[in-house]
Design a protein around this ligand. Sequence first.
Ligand code: UDP
Length: 242
Amino acid sequence: MNCHPQIYEGKAKILYATDDPEILLAYFKDDATAFNAQKRGTIVGKGEINCQIAAHLFRAIEARGIATHYIDCPSTHEMRVKSVKIIPIEVVVRNIAAGSLCQQTGIALGTILPQPLVEFFYKNDALGDPLLTRDRLLLMELATPEQIEILAAKAIEIDRILQEFFQQCGITLVDFKIEFGVDKHQQILLADEISPDSCRLWLTGEPDANLRVLDKDRFRRDLGNVEDAYQQVLARVLGVKE
Ligand code: UDP
């Protein structure tokens, strides 16, 4: 049992303090939300699955030279992470058009983008996480110009690593959202999680637009078999060397 004070509860995780002020414990919940928490539900086993997927991906990313907040997993649904101040920007990288990109631009679902597209959204539920321009980002002082360049460069590199990783397990990385934090040395670390909650993952070679979906879109769009899809991603991810 964890007796340490809870310092934050988000939609998918609870963060606890630990004996070490530099370290937090993230507990991954089974709760699922979509459409800015207007749709709520539970995906049985999601907490454990996402914790293990995120841990494996963080280790792979770290091994390829990108610093992350990941330390280790004391249990299947708990992750020890370095304490960081989260930069309130959701960085989205897209390789294939889906979701809000299609809705807002008219680009057809499934269009392969000529190069990865990096987008910044304001992490603010009350405002509905709006898409930001770089100038708005600077105006709002959410990050310095130097930090924005670092975030964009890291996002592109993480995309390269993840695309190669998922390719090895027969999954196509359509898009994903990541968050960064600043540690006490002012170093920027990849934080939060990378999981089927935060990525669009399609089964490579599956032509059926519904059957191919292995991510939270199954929950968002009531496609069924959500747990099976998450479980399948875990099994495939664990099969790839970190
Ligand atoms: N995403 C996320 N959290 C959010 C919004 C988006 O993890 O609050 C992820 C989403 O799962 C997808 C990518 O970011 O992999 C791009 O999402 P998009 O902008 O298309 O938003 P959507 O239309 O899915 O809400």
